[in-house]
Design a protein. Structure first.
Ligand SMILES: Nc1ncnc2c1ncn2[C@@H]1O[C@H](COP(=O)(O)OP(=O)(O)OP(=O)(O)O)[C@@H](O)[C@H]1O
Ligand code: SF4
Ligand SMILES: [Mg+2]
Length: 380
């Protein structure tokens, strides 16, 4: 976590490494055996604006299917945008072709959730690491390559002898270290880590998270970390974006998001995280999210969250999509943005949540979370 990015001042253009504007990624839904007609679109990413600053860790959270991975891939130019732009270090990556694109690609790399499926099992670690280096012209001098391979293994905390082994000969945590070394092998500026520790035992997760942080400090890396585990995201991130159905609904400094969640969806997510202290656990706000995530092929009108929002109002919520905006709420800084028409009134307790069904669910955050029905005055 970088110190400089936790301050409340607005970033200058030179502080920003990635600028995403109005990004949309829609996947066509095909039907018909003969004519292959397009009958609709999955709006996986549907109007996202965000900036990632140099040297920071931007955490992205949201339910399964809300578009986190698609957004990460679009930022890495692995998924073509339907609309909008991704500007990397001042250059719109959609405008790049051929050699320019190849050189730009070297600057952003991905670390995947499941290292075993992302590493070719028939290649040794040395061959896996050299592959990326070779593709970017970094494997031309034998002595320099060997020195670099040893450095990479040492950077990720693996023995040099591991270079001759195959991925299946390593444990899950070690394989993720190989995945990280592979991403590092081309000396990137940005790493998009998509659920980098979700497939690992809890005891190993902290080691890999700590490794990512150490590498960031040592190499000045910038991270976009996608994770469904809110504790992991809080620990590693400078800033966090909360996604719902293809859009960002809230963005804030990491600690502030947990202290002052403003969007009803973020409040529900936070309230589903158990607190170890039983007294705090009994007294804290708990918000039930009723209903499943609507289909991104047919998202609700207006505010996408209105079908599940306990604070939904008669006006605006169903008809007008809220902009991500800075609000004047005690405890919220100018870096805190929320996409809710009534964020101020909700924070002040001026409008009350509706009764909600005592059903589940917050899928995608470690499985369904049963949340008790709140008492009538829970949000007063
Ligand atoms: N290549 C594709 N073709 C069609 N639909 C896709 C494609 N990739 C993703 N989708 C759809 O886009 C939506 C967003 O998917 P995405 O994988 O980005 O979500 P996610 O937030 O990463 O979910 P998870 O937490 O489960 O990984 C989902 O409805 C998914 O089914
Ligand atoms: S805009 Fe309306 S429906 Fe959307 S989160 Fe705010 S109160 Fe709820
Ligand atoms: Mg995903």
């Amino acid at each position: 976590m970088s110190e400089s990015t936790t301050t409340a001042s607005a970033p200058s253009a030179s502080d920003v490494l990635v600028e995403v504007r109005g990004l949309e990624v829609h996947f066509p839904i095909k039907s018909g055996l003969l004519f292959d007609r397009t009958v609709g679109h999955v709006r996986a990413v549907d109007g996202v604006d965000l900036s990632i600053r140099r040297g920071e860790t931007y955490g992205l959270v949201g339910e399964s299917g809300c578009g986190k991975s698609t957004l990460g891939k679009a930022i890495l130019n692995l998924e073509p945008p339907t609309a909008g732009s991704v500007v990397f270090d001042g250059v719109d990556i959609a405008s790049l072709r051929g050699e320019e694109l190849r050189r730009a690609r070297k600057r952003f790399q991905m670390v995947f959730q499941d290292p075993l499926s992302s590493l070719d099992p028939r290649q040794t670690v040395e061959s896996l690491l050299r592959e990326g280096m070779g593709a970017h012209g970094l494997d031309t001098d034998k002595a320099a390559t060997h020195a670099r391979l040893r450095e990479l293994m040492s950077d990720v905390g693996l023995p040099v002898a591991g270079l001759r082994k195959y991925p299946h000969e390593f444990s899950g945590g070690q394989r993720q270290r190989i995945g990280i070394a592979r991403a590092l092998s081309v000396r990137p500026d940005l790493i998009v880590a998509d659920e980098p520790v979700s497939a690992l035992d809890v005891s190993i997760q902290a080691q890999v998270i700590n490794l990512l942080q150490d590498l960031q400090d040592k190499l000045g890396l910038t991270y976009l970390v996608v994770a469904h585990d809110l504790a992991v995201v809080r620990h590693i991130s400078d800033r966090i974006g909360v996604m719902y159905l293809g859009g960002l609904v809230e963005e804030s400094g990491a600690a502030e998001l947990y202290d002052v969640p403003l969007h009803p969806y973020s409040r529900a997510l936070m309230s589903a995280v158990p607190v170890p202290d039983p007294e705090v656990e009994d007294s804290r706000e708990q918000i039930l999210l009723s209903g499943d995530l609507p289909s991104p092929a047919n998202p609700p009108s207006g505010c996408r969250f209105h079908t599940r929002c306990p604070w939904r109002q008669e006006t605006r919520c169903d008809t007008e999509r809220p902009e991500l905006r800075v609000v004047e709420v005690p405890g919220a800084t100018a870096q805190h943005r929320v996409a809710c028409h009534f964020a101020e009134e909700i924070a002040a307790g001026a409008i009350q949540p509706h009764e909600v069904e005592p059903a589940l669910v917050a899928e995608g955050f470690g499985g369904p979370v049963a949340v008790p029905r709140p008492p009538p005055d829970a949000y007063a």
